[in-house]
Structure formats: C-alpha cells, structure tokens
Design a protein around this ligand. Sequence first.
Ligand code: ADP
Ligand code: ZN
Ligand code: ZN
Length: 752
Amino acid sequence: MNGAAGLFDADDQQGGESVADVLVPVAVDTSYSYRVKGGLVLEPGDFVTVPLGNREVTGVVWEVRRSASASNLKVVVEKRDLPRLQPPLRKFIDWVAKWTLAPRGMVLRMGVRAPDHAGPEPVRMGVRLAGPPPERMTPARARLIAAAEGGFAFRKSELAQLASVSAGVIDALVDEGTFEVIALPRDPVALPPDSDFAQIPLEADQEAAATTLAEKTAKGEFSVTLLEGVTGSGKTEVYFEAVAAALKMGRQVLIMMPEIALTAQFLERFANRFGTRPAEWHSGVAARKRAQIWLGAASGDVRVVAGARSALFLPFRDLGLIVVDEEHEAAYKQEDGVCYHARDMAVVRGQMEKAAVVLASATPSIESRVNAQQGRYGRVLLAQRFGSRKLPDIKAIDLRKDAAPRGRWISPRLCEAVEQNIAAGEQSLLFLNRRGYAPLTLCNACGHRFQCPNCTAWLVEHRFRRALVCHHCGHVERRPDNCPECQSADSLAACGPGVERLAEEVATLWPDARALVLSSDFPGGTERLRRELEEIANGAFDIVIGTQLVAKGHNFPGLTLVGVVDGDVGLSSGDPRAAERTFQLLQQVTGRAGRGERPGRALVQTWQPDHPVMRAILSGDTESFYEAETEARERAGLPPFGRLAALIVSGNDRPSAEQHARALVRAGFTLPPSDRWRLTPAGQLPSNEEISLLGPAEAPIAVVRARHRFRILVRAPRSADLQGFLRALIAAGPPERGGVRVQVDVDPQSFL
Ligand code: ADP
Ligand code: ZN
Ligand code: ZN
C-alpha cells in the first residue's frame, strides 16, 4: 500500500478519528487532546475554542493526528478566525519553554493574548461635498464650500477648523444636501515605511559598518552581529541601513529597545529616515491598537515594529531582521512569570526565522563580546563619535578629600563646574541613581527606622507624593508627623539623598536656574516623560536631575557637563555583574555629554577612585577593563564561560522556605549519575568541569511581598545539560506544598 489515499483508507478502516493536540494559554506544559468533529478541518497553528474545565478558552492547535480511541475526548468547539501561528513561532515557543523551564502554555500566552482585544472597530463619520450649492449663500458657507473643494472626505471638526466656521454651519448644509455624511476609511495601523525616503550621507566608517549589516540582512540567512560603537557614533543611523535592506526584500523588522516608552526621539528619527513611524509595541499602547498590530504583523501589513521585549512573541509573517538596541541592558531580562532574557531569545528567534540579528551597544555585555571574539557573532566597530566630536573628558572628584558640606551631596568642585556651565549658557546633568527624596527615614529620638511591612527593605520617602514607598512591592504609607514608636514630634529625619532631595539642593544653590527632575514617579506617565525629554533636548533647562532614566540612549545636543553624584552606587552589591553594570552605567551617563557642537566633560564623585571600574572610566581604557573582567569570569566559570541558574524557594514563613530549599539541595546530591551532566559531590570543592550546587542561602532581600526567600545557585559548564539537571533536581525534590513555591531563573541577572 502506498500513497496518501491508501493511508487514508487504512485510517478509515481502523475507524480512526481526527484528534487535535491543543496548547492552551494557562500554566501547563502539555497540550490537551480534543476530538475534531464533522467537517472541521484543522491544521497545526490554527486558533480554536476548546472547553477547559467549566469554561471555554482559545488555544492553538499544536498537532493533528488520527486516533482510534478518541471517543471519550472533549470536542473542539470551533475554529477561530485568526491567522495561523506559523511553524517558526511555534518552534520558538517550544524552545523558550524548554530553555526557561516555564510551562509551554505560559509562553504561548505571551504570544496570543493580544488579538482577544480586537473587538469591532468604531466607525468614524465624515462629510463630503456632494450636492448643489445652498439657496442662501453666506460668507461662512462660501468659505466652507471652498475649503471642501475637490470631493475629499473630512472629519467635521477638521473641516470646521480649516474653513474657520462653526460645526453648526456644516450641519445646516448637510440638511440642505450640499454636504453628505459618509463613513471615513479606517486609519491603517502603520503606514508602509519607504526604504529610500531620505538617506542621510554616512561617514566612511559608518558607511562600512552599514554596508556589512545591510549585506548580512540581504543574504536572508540567520546571522548575529555585534554593532559596537562609542556613545554618539551614530549606531542608529547605521542599523537603519540594515532595516532598509530588509524592507527592500519585502521582509519585516523588529527593533527592540529597553525603554520603548521613552523613545519618542527614536520614532522621530525613524520617520525622518523612512517617511513614517514604526508600529510601537509596549504596555503603554492601548489594547485595541495592540490587537491591530498583532494582526498586522501576522498579515505582513505592519512592516516594522519598535517594541519592548514582549514584541519578540509577535506572529511576524516574514521576519528578516531583529535589532536589539542597548543590548547590554538588564531590562531585557523578564524576572516574573516566564523568566527569559529577550536579547538571548532574540538570537534564537532570528535563527528560527532565518533572520539577521544586530546587537547594538556602546558598552556591550561581556557575553556578547566574548561571543564575537570567539567568532560565534560577527562584530562591527565604530570607534569614533560622529562629526569628529570628541568623547567627554572624564575626571574623578575624590570625596575623601573634596566632600560636600554636611547634609549636601554636591561637592565644591562639582558646584563650581555647574556654575561655569550656567554662566556659559550650557546644560548640565546631575545623575543620581536613587529615586525619591531619601532612601531611609529614621527617628532621631529613638532610632526607629521605617521599614516595609512586606519586605526586608527600607521605605523610600517620596516627598512629592507625601509618602513612604517600598520599591520592591509598591507598599505606600503616609509619612507621619510623629514617630510611631516613641511619639516624639519633629524627630523624623531623612537620611541620604534621592533625586528629589538633590533638586532641593540645586534650588538652594542656583535659585534662578531652570532645573528639572526627570522621574517616573511623578504623575503624567509616559506622555509627560516624553515631553520633558523633548524639552531637555530643546534646551529648555539649565540643570537636569535624574536617575538612570536619563542615562540611556538620549541625545541632548546642548548638554556639556555630566556630574555623577554617587559613582560608587552599585559597586558593592554582591552581584557577579556589579563591576560590569557600574561600568556600563557610568559610560552611558557620561556619554550624554558633548554630543552636540560643543565638547563635553564629566565629573564623577567617588569614594573609591582606585577601584578598577573607576580607573577604566577615567582612563577611557575600555579594552583593559573588558579583558580583566572577562578573565575573571573565565576563572570563575561564570557566564559566558559557564552557565548559571537560580532556584528561588519562597514560603509564607522562614522555616518552611528554608526546609524546602535544604531538602531540594539534598535531593540534588542523591540524583543518579547522568551522562549529560556531572555534579560535584556535596562537601567537595566545586570544579569548572562539573555542575556545582551552591546554597541554599537566605536571599539578600530576605522577604519580598511577605514571602521569605532562599536562593540556590546552580553553576554549570557550557557542555552540561543544565536544563536536564534542573528538571531532574526539581522532580527529585519535595513537592511544593504548604505555600512553598520554587521559581526557576535560568541565566539570572538579579541576585537579590
Ligand atoms: P549612538 O546611538 O551611537 O549613541 P546616534 O545614532 O544617536 O548615536 O547618533 C548621535 C547623533 O549624531 C544623532 O543626533 C545623529 O542624528 C547624529 N548623526 C550620526 N551620524 C550622522 C550622519 N552620518 N549624519 C548626520 N548626523 C548623524
Ligand atoms: Zn522615635
Ligand atoms: Zn515592600
């Protein structure tokens, strides 16, 4: 017997029925099987409505097969009218689930929730000139008719404004039949970008870099290239040429950014180059718009998406290029729900889509640099700023000798520099990576400290909001007038600085300066921040005070001085990436200076001017810093030379979390040997050739949201099957009960 018809006959003879294995967007790893009845024809990727428990949910068909024992299965309710999820995305979802150990249903959920909000689109009505002129003509009516000449459709308000008449004039002419009311065509979600709209002339090294990226994109194959260029070298202009190449091939583009809500400048630049803005994808975009973008990505109508990490799960029809801008950013790591690193997963998606991937940064992660050095990734370098602009001159202010006066944070030298800048009519940025007014409030009479009731953390005073806030769980309470412990009046004191307090100091020092605190804590949200960033770029402020929000990616042409108020913040956090992170942040923030016509300088206040990070920043010797950090990582078997995973065991009380964590580690050491990994036995020194199981240790922030936490760290050589080990470990460990939960974080970025 051969041929499809023959097989079909055989099935029929067996009485086999069509069965669909459907993945549903809930926290399960397996798909559920449903009977496919009657004339319904399903294929993998189809969206279906299926019964689940006592409700109906939308799921995606993962497999269709025939089975002789389907009679007791529930039945697929209907096929939904949504574009089929394509094989590369389905494969990607499987892959991400396997890598992160998240249930497949949860990964699917990230990719399929958007279209649920599509809903019917409201129809907007407009007016159009249609009939003979009215019997009685007035000047207003004449203006109106003249303005509507040509038979175009207008929104009523638009036309009224154009002709300087009131809406009533239009209504009257509608009644007379001179105008007719019609439905306006729908606005497209995003207009098609034009790859040749306005190409700007590139400099020689930019041109070379752009050509490399464009050629790689035009090959239509998977590739990864690190685009490493100092701040202000024009990385955006350069990768735009890769975008143009993908558009010319008719393929789609995803540009990922760590803070998409703040990238108004980027959208504008994109429009200057391609004639229209890209579709924006992030949590600030209205649900219905997101639904449209989702559908547009699937149909291919939406050509370019600029988005946050979740854009990685959009159902692109033919994705040809993924750009990960500021690829070193920790914000690419999602820490809750499915713990995934969007940069790394972008590389995986690129591979599945046969797309080019560009990782762009002035301060690449050690991981990406090593990948480039070892030849896994290509590398393109921009060593100089655009237009022979110089990198800022960076100097340290040694706080051991030049400290600020008591209760202040701006040292005399920094003060002087700001003064000079104000006198010269130039803009200054004071950077302090602490939100709010003060990180700690205590009572001078009894020593009481305000702590979060749910977390091991101090409450941060936000004077603007008149509140004490926990930055870990969001707990908010009013700042009382008297100490809650000893009832003393006027005894509460703010300790340490936050940006709001720094602003107070600035106002005292320079009462006439136009100063702005840029903070996400003020009302007005993204819109306000976008407006303020634009105003800064336009030179509306003399002094800008901000957290890392201002450090990243922005272009402020008039900014010539950056003062880093606390350069040491973050150096002593116990995070294996602390040095790298601080280096990147300082390099980024000082890199805001001198991007325009005039040269810039930066002053970094520090208690540790001899720290290797500080020395690297001051000398500009980036290479030596990266080399030393890379060597240290290699010696310690840390990423990218080895791999890490964290298990966070949390419980309603300390003993239950600790007991569970200890039992889990013990279970690890009793696992039978495997040929896919070897574990260093308990009590022996860990080696870089074997997996080591470290901990459990109480988490540095021991309690978060009233849950007590213990951490177990798993370090593995690259050759080991880390995920296999983790699965075996969890299976061997005690069952999660009594409120205990185990969260798996593969490639952890946070160690708190
Ligand atoms: P980076 O992302 O590398 O920090 P940008 O892409 O933001 O740098 O570019 C820095 C500034 O220089 C921007 O204002 C950009 O418009 C400008 N610029 C870069 N290259 C060119 C060019 N070839 N012609 C004109 N302006 C450029
Ligand atoms: Zn007190
Ligand atoms: Zn809290």
